[in-house]
Structure formats: structure tokens, C-alpha cells
Design a protein around this ligand. Structure first.
Ligand code: GAR
Length: 197
């Protein structure tokens, strides 16, 4: 069966990207990670990608006059590598509605909260400040509304009384690494089913 070609966008550490790359090593995984793109040259994840034989691209958003120009370069990079699905993994640039429309149904994101709670940044701090009893992470489709696209998978963790943002983030991150590969497999599998009929 033909595997879906996936491009992963990162801005930093890249631990979710690593989890996807590890999962995609399984012969029966329905997706191939064909490239990792970062908007930051110092993203640690780029080295991991290169060391694992995956093409690593740096596209500096600061080198473009506008958000649209940056996105055109990004789009060209992904399409020239015949990417079919984009997985955002800690990619910290907001994408325009125009770019998102070009990848409708084929762009996923992992977010560190139980959406629709805590869209945006500083999710762990906000959950703790609210005294939330549970927290977690969500893989969702990317739509023009920030962190509001259809949910693919969520995982819940308890919030403990002595949690700090760091201890809570670590508990959530473990779940991120578990559900993102599953969610990507679901979307890649359905893409294959649609293209093979
Ligand atoms: C992850 O916790 C991810 O959920 C979050 O950034 C972290 C990236 O870590 N994403 C967002 O906040 C998106 N708004 P990683 O680079 O180790 O995967």
C-alpha cells in the first residue's frame, strides 16, 4: 500500500516530530516522513532529522517581506517534495487562511490542552491558575480559526496538587507523543483509502 507523504513543521525542540519519525519506522505505518521544515535555524529537531536520513529544511520567516511571501516559500518547499499531509509539531508561526485553505483536511496540529479549553499559549500555567482538575492534549485539523479545527484525538491527564507548569507539561508531553502518531496514522490511512478508490 502506498504511504502518505508527510512534511513536519517545527520551530524548536521537536520531540513530537521525533515521536512521529519513530512511529513511521514501523513497516505497516501508513505514512512516510519525507521532510522536516523549521522556521528557526537553531531548532534542535533539524539535527535529529538529518541524523535520521530525513531532509531538513530551514526557511527563515525573517528573510521574507511578508507572511504571505514566507508561506509561498513554505508551500513551494512542501509541494516540490510531493508532501500530502502537513503535521505541525510545535510550529510557532500563525498561518494565514489562504495557506490553510490550500491544505484543507490535510494539515494537523498538536496542542497542549484539552481543546476547546485553553487555546493559544501558556496552556499549563492557565490550567494551574484555574485550579483545573484535569488537563491534556489534542490533535486536531487546522482551520482558519486558531486551535478550533475538528478534533482527531485527545488525551487527558490528572492535575496534581503539587504540580508546577513544568511537571504538568512533562505529563502532558508524554501523552502528546502517544496520541500524535495515532492521529497521523488515522488521517494518512483515510487519505490512502480515498485515493485508492
Ligand atoms: C508541544 O507541547 C506542543 O503541543 C506545543 O509546543 C510543544 C512543542 O514541543 N505546541 C503548541 O503550543 C502549539 N500552539 P516539541 O517541539 O518538543 O514537539
Amino acid at each position: 500500500m502506498k504511504k502518505a507523504r508527510v512534511g513536519i513543521l517545527i520551530s524548536g525542540r521537536g520531540s513530537n516530530m521525533m515521536a512521529l519519525v519513530e512511529a513511521a519506522r514501523a513497516p505497516d505505518y501508513p505514512a512516510d516522513i519525507v521532510c522536516v521544515v523549521s522556521n528557526r535555524a537553531d531548532a534542535a529537531g533539524l539535527d535529529f532529522a538529518r541524523a535520521n536520513g530525513i531532509e531538513a529544511c530551514f526557511i527563515n520567516h525573517k528573510a521574507y517581506a511578508s507572511r504571505e511571501d514566507f508561506e509561498t516559500a513554505l508551500d513551494n518547499c512542501l509541494r516540490s517534495r510531493r508532501v500530502e499531509i502537513i503535521a505541525l509539531a510545535g510550529f510557532m508561526r500563525v498561518l494565514t487562511a489562504r495557506f490553510i485553505a490550500g491544505w484543507e483536511g490535510r494539515m494537523l496540529n498538536i496542542h497542549p490542552s484539552l481543546l476547546p479549553a485553553y487555546k493559544g499559549l501558556h496552556t499549563h500555567e492557565r490550567a494551574l491558575a484555574d485550579g483545573a482538575k484535569t488537563h491534556g492534549c489534542t490533535v486536531h485539523h487546522v482551520t482558519a480559526d486558531l486551535d478550533a479545527g475538528p478534533v482527531i484525538l485527545r488525551a487527558e491527564v490528572p492535575v496534581l496538587t503539587d504540580d508546577t507548569p513544568d511537571t504538568l507539561a512533562a505529563r502532558v508531553l508524554k501523552e502528546e507523543h502517544r496520541i500524535y502518531p495515532r492521529a497521523l496514522a488515522t488521517i494518512a490511512g483515510s487519505l490512502q483509502a480515498n485515493t485508492s478508490t
